[in-house]
Design a protein. Structure first.
Lengths: 118, 406
């Protein structure tokens, strides 16, 4: 599990790679919280780019849930993008894709973030 | 260990001297350390001065200076020798011991002025050995103390760990105990289930609920995460669901109500995926709702395997006020219902490949015709064989239900 933070304009992009299972969840959560705290405050956007994310267990899903909730509380515009098939399936089965914005790729997520300030 | 002289009742002058001597030459305290360093420095000074004496044609003033140095060194070494003698319990043994003789030889040449024994002063270098010996003893003592402390701390930790492990075993046993052992007995209807817990405590559970109207509620659920938090949330979820089920005839309404309750009892922000169905054992009508759980399969008597659609409802415990739509499917005589958690399809082998739904469907098709218990065994065996030596990271839970076997 590997995580990289990028800033594109006023969008904080969290690029996740690897397998998000129970053992990786705690560190993933801590890093996301840090990224949210450094995101630039209400009105800015946070996107988790999942292109390199191969697997998400239920403990991993919980981290996405907490991230979405914390971002909402901080007034941030939160979304995920570029889910691989296996991960998209988990998001759809669990109903997560109904409660958080899911974009097909990074470009779509950045466009949406630019158009829709929270 | 030295006893502070002030605590002794009115020490005699001799007692004071003896105590001082013991502290300086045999103690481990800062005074002893300073005294030791002084002696080391003097040994160095004296060796340098002996070397300088050998320089030919030394001016008179230099010779006088070296003599003064020699007098000071010998005076302090003599004092030290006296202190050692005073501190020694067996004075004769000290005088004739190796270090006792070395100490004596370090000062004797000065006092035996008649003989030219000055070369013996070079033996003062041997005195360094004593200091090294003392320092080594102090070091060994410190290491031994630290080792003992560590051993004590390890023992405390091991005890705490053993207690924790014992409590976890109890929790695990309690968790297994609340799962129903047998499917309710109904004519034309039989079921079997198995939960194989992962090494760390997980949060899978299944349940059969006998409803007041004679129908049977069947639950398959998976709490996110692991360990004690997941086990607790599992118990809370199971109890709430069981209680709510008795008061709701529709599975969707039951999940909605359970979700609302769980949202208020979820300090750890966990969630639970729940598939809940209600079987009418007389008609074979199966009504169900799905809160984020893997959709179950029906093996038809014809041999086809169908997925129970309607998946994608939100997991429970996250957002209150969610609606869960009801779905209905008609079972035919000889049909099998297979419910499972993602521990089955996401069992990994050493090459990091998942067991997946295709293998599961193949097993259901190939071995679904016998009794429910046989299919449960068959699938669990297939998953175990597939996983091989890879550790089991999640609970593996299965329920198989046969309707109208006659």
């Amino acid at each position: 599990m590997n995580l990289r933070i990028e800033k594109i304009a006023n969008v904080t992009l969290i690029v996740a790679q690897g397998r998000l299972d129970f053992s990786a969840a705690a560190s993933f959560q801590a890093q996301i919280e840090q990224a949210l705290a450094g995101a630039g405050g209400a009105g800015t956007a946070v996107v988790i780019d999942c292109e390199g994310l191969e697997y998400v267990s239920s403990a991993g899903l919980r981290v996405f849930l907490l991230a979405a909730r914390n971002a909402q509380r901080a007034g941030l515009n939160f979304s995920v993008c570029a889910l691989q098939n296996a991960v998209r399936e988990v998001f759809e089965l669990s109903g997560f894709s109904r409660v958080m914005a899911v974009h097909p790729d990074r470009a779509a997520a950045l466009t949406a973030a630019a158009q829709k300030p929270a | 260990m030295s006893v502070p002289a002030t605590r002794l009742p009115s020490p005699t002058p001799w007692g004071r001297v003896h105590s001082l001597a013991t502290r300086l030459v045999e103690g481990d305290g800062p005074e002893a350390r300073r005294f030791e360093n002084l002696i080391l420095a003097l040994i160095a000074v004296s060796l340098v001065s002996i070397g300088l004496e050998l320089v030919p044609h030394l001016p008179a003033w230099a010779k006088s200076a070296l003599y003064v140095v020699e007098v000071v060194v010998v005076a302090i070494f003599s004092l030290e020798y006296l202190l050692r003698l005073i501190a020694a319990r067996n004075k004769l043994a000290f005088v004739f011991s190796f270090y006792g003789l070395v100490d004596l030889l370090a000062i004797a040449p000065f006092f035996l002025a008649g003989l030219d024994l000055r070369f013996l002063r070079v033996l003062r270098v041997l005195r360094v050995l004593r200091v090294l010996k003392v320092q080594r003893r102090v070091l060994e003592k410190t290491v031994a103390e630290r080792t003992r402390e560590l051993a004590q701390q390890n023992a405390v930790l091991a005890k705490a760990q053993a207690q924790l492990r014992e409590e976890l075993e109890v929790a695990r046993a309690l968790q297994s105990a609340i799962l129903p052992a047998t499917f309710p007995v109904r004519a034309g209807c039989e079921g079997a289930a198995r939960m194989t817990p992962a090494t760390t405590m997980g949060g899978d559970f299944y349940d059969y609920i006998e409803l007041p109207d004679g129908r049977i509620g069947i639950v398959m659920a998976d709490v996110s995460g692991k360990g004690v938090p997941a086990a607790f949330f599992m118990a809370v979820s199971r109890t709430n669901l069981r209680e709510t089920a008795r008061h709701h005839a529709d599975p969707g309404a039951c999940l909605a109500r359970t979700n609302d309750v769980l949202c208020t009892q979820n300090p750890m922000d966990l969630f639970v995926t729940v598939f809940y169905c209600i079987l009418d054992p007389h008609t074979g009508v199966l009504r169900y709702a799905n809160g984020g759980h893997n959709p179950p399969y029906i093996l038809r008597a014809t041999g086809n395997v169908e997925t129970l659609d309607g998946a994608g409802g939100l997991v429970l415990g996250v957002i209150p006020g969610i609606q869960y739509p009801d779905h209905t499917v008609q079972l035919q005589r000889g049909d099998r219902l297979v419910l499972f958690t993602d521990g089955v399809t996401e069992a990994f082998n050493p090459a990091d490949e998942a067991y997946g739904v295709d293998r599961l469907i193949d097993e259901i098709k190939a071995h679904g015709q016998g009794p429910s218990a046989a299919l449960v065994e068959r699938i669990c065996g297939s998953v175990a064989t597939f996983a091989g030596t890879a550790p089991q990271s999640d609970d593996i839970t299965l329920t198989v239900l046969s309707w109208g076997p006659q």
